[in-house]
Design a protein around this ligand. Structure first.
Ligand code: HEM
Length: 462
């Protein structure tokens, strides 16, 4: 026998819309799931009557990670990205759109652990550019961490994926391509939450969206033409997309698919990682013992020399800090799936085929049945090797799971290690306002705004 999915009281036309904090809806949903759904499930009605099932327990998150029973849902969310990204990696309907399979297999080698070694020097160089900027500005200058890490992650993904230098640090943190990508992504998220009629009436926002789309397409076109005119042997992602064949079908990616996937890599590759790096600093600066342990580990392991590719993964406390940051503040806080046939969740809740199911990583990472009562505490020790492997399946899933998991996971992991080690070897940090929390804004990602620090060069370092 099935049970009705619990649902909070709502209003006739607006449904549950008035219960959400528009700046951070996932936090409001978390409270509703705690209050009405035993920390595991609620059903929410949106204005217009659409039902969304929200799940937040490790048990249910693990269950929907079955690619045979559930598929990623593009409608109601990521389809707003499709004007510029079409059926690219992030936005394709699978099964159905075959370009996804070709792009996925072609890019798999570039983003594999071995392919990533080729990006190490570029990542290291860009983090040195940021360190140089902070040294030159001096310790009296307030640093807006999210702004600088956004510049860094744009530069890194652009350089590694298509050997294209935006030189953002030399242009006051700005580049028209980067600005268009960021503005497009923010508007796509706002569109997702507006009814279709309201979207149609947002004349100025729509005009900007069209301009941003055109700007991205022009930039990608010129990068592609430049590469055709001046071929290179550099094994970046663009090289793979232009020259490699899909090992299964023997097909190459079409030119349109290449362009859409370049935009996709930029879009998917900057904000998540920039917010992640900012949250790492935020947590460390509020937990001086963890900061001390990490700096001691880096200093004693590397003895002042720069991180080398062979050092990756050899700093266990750093890895624990990164894992714990993405547990407590998962920068991709949720994703949508839908059952491919009528099904029963947890053996007790009936869910019809095609119903949107919001898989909340943010809540799963706070499931007290898995993590204990101190879920809101930043405690990297719980993520050390041994304990981490012993967690129930899919307890920690900041990069998604299964067929549609993040293709850039190892890339982001390497980029974060390179950047964090470089910056912690060169500086000590202090929060400008230690009592201020980050102002968290949710778009497709969680963004920690207003984390401002000062960076003090460490004595005896370059
Ligand atoms: C997909 C998280 C960095 C490229 C995803 C998904 C998550 C995620 C949760 C699944 C989304 C869904 O099912 O709707 C993250 C986090 C990152 C990160 C937390 C950094 C901390 C990156 C980077 C790149 C990237 C650096 C590019 C190099 C992608 C792509 C997909 C994806 C292309 C779509 C995969 C597919 O559907 O086939 N990411 N990501 N991500 N990510 Fe990431």
């Amino acid at each position: 026998m099935t049970l009705p999915i619990p649902s909070p009281p709502g209003l006739p036309l607006l449904g549950h819309a008035t219960l959400f904090d528009p700046d951070f809806p996932m936090s409001s949903l978390h409270k509703l799931v705690q209050e009405y759904g035993n920390g595991e499930i609620v059903s929410i009605r949106l204005p217009g009557g659409k039902e969304v099932v929200v799940i937040g327990s490790q048990e249910l998150l693990h269950e929907v990670n079955d690619d045979e029973r559930f598929k990623k849902r593009i409608q109601d969310g990521l389809q707003e990205m499709r004007p510029a990204m079409g059926d690219s990696l992030l936005t394709a309907e699978v099964p159905g759109e075959n370009n996804w399979y070709i792009a996925h297999r072609v890019l798999a080698s570039s983003f594999s652990a071995i392919g990533l070694r080729g990006f190490f020097d570029d990542m290291s160089e860009i983090s040195s550019q940021l360190a140089l900027k902070w040294e030159r500005f001096g310790s009296h200058t307030e640093i807006d961490l999210l702004a600088d890490f956004t510049a860094l992650t744009f530069e890194v993904i652009s350089l590694c994926s298509m050997s294209y230098r935006m030189n953002i640090f030399y242009h006051g943190g700005k580049h028209p391509f980067a600005d268009a990508v960021a503005s497009y992504s923010a508007e796509a998220f706002r569109r997702m939450h507006r009814p279709g009629l309201v979207n149609a009436l947002m004349f100025s926002a729509n005009a900007q969206f069209t301009l941003d789309t055109a700007m991205m397409q022009e930039c990608v076109e010129s990068i592609l033409q430049e590469r055709k005119a001046h071929p290179t042997e550099t094994r970046d992602a663009l090289y793979a997309m232009m020259h490699d064949t899909d090992p299964v079908t023997g097909q190459r990616m079409s030119e349109l698919s290449i362009k859409q996937n370049i935009i996709t890599l930029l879009m998917a590759g900057f904000e998540t990682t920039a917010s992640f790096l900012t949250f790492v600093f935020y947590h460390l600066l509020h937990h001086p013992t963890a900061m001390r342990k990490l700096c001691t580990e880096i200093d004693s392991t590397l003895a002042g020399r720069p991180l080398a590719p062979d050092d990756l993964g050899k700093l266990p406390y750093l890895i624990a800090v990164m894992r714990e940051t993405l547990r407590l503040t998962p920068t991709s806080p949720g994703r949508l799936v839908e059952p491919v046939a009528d099904t029963t969740l947890g053996g007790r809740y009936a869910v019809r085929r095609g119903t949107p199911v919001l898989v909340s990583t943010y809540m799963g990472h706070r499931d007290t049945r898995v993590w204990g009562d101190d879920v809101e505490v930043f405690r990297p020790e719980r993520m050390l090797d041994g304990q981490f492997e012993a967690l129930p399946p899919d307890s920690w899933q900041p990069f998604g799971v299964g067929l549609r998991a993040c293709i850039g996971r190892a890339f982001a992991w390497q980029e974060a290690q390179v950047t964090l080690v470089k910056l912690l070897q060169r500086f000590t940090f202090a929060l400008v306002d230690p009592d201020a929390g980050p102002c968290i804004r949710q778009t497709f990602t969680l963004n920690p705004r207003g984390v401002r620090v000062r960076a003090f060069p460490r004595a005896g370092r370059e």
